[in-house]
Design a protein around this ligand. Structure first.
Ligand code: ZN
Length: 161
């Protein structure tokens, strides 16, 4: 018997959803793709609503800018820095927001927040699009703040619209 035994492999892969491992890796690829190639990143000309928030527990920053016309989000861009969860959430969110009314955007923020609090129905809601890739984050309370940062910035920004 050896003095120091390595932990069984199952312990190391416990974080992977075993019921749908393929889905897990597809989701992971999607998150990394948005992180490495963020959509709608940069300064927004003619923005009329914005918010800048940070998440001190992880060091994430998001500055979200919106152009809202007649109650509809015509454009959304962000600048940010931080972990893959926070930045991919912002990238996917800005993609989803374009063309949505303010009410629809608020409903999506509420839905995403439900998903982050572990609501399985929200995690299956097609309205969230690619953002469902982040559903697994709900199991890691510290990372939930990362995922919600862009959405909290959205809520703040909409108050200024
Ligand atoms: Zn983070």
């Amino acid at each position: 018997m050896t003095a120091a035994q390595t932990p069984p492999i199952e312990m190391l892969t416990m974080e992977i959803d075993r019921s749908t491992p393929q889905l897990g890796s597809l989701y992971q690829e999607l998150i990394l793709d948005h992180y490495k190639h963020p959509r709608n990143r940069g300064e927004l000309e003619g923005a009329n609503a914005e918010a800048h928030l940070n998440n001190p527990t992880c060091g994430d920053q998001i500055r979200l800018q919106l152009r809202v016309e007649a109650g509809r989000i015509e454009d959304a861009r962000f600048l940010g820095d931080g972990c893959s969860i926070s930045q991919s959430s912002a990238s996917m969110m800005t993609q989803l927001l374009k063309g949505k009314t303010v009410e629809e955007a608020e409903a999506l923020a509420a839905r995403f927040t439900q998903m982050m609090h572990g609501d399985p129905e929200a995690a299956r809601d097609k309205a969230l699009g690619d953002l469902r890739a982040l559903a697994g984050v709900s199991r890691f309370p510290v990372r939930v703040k990362c995922a919600l940062l862009a959405w909290n910035a959205l809520t703040e920004a909409l108050k200024t619209a």
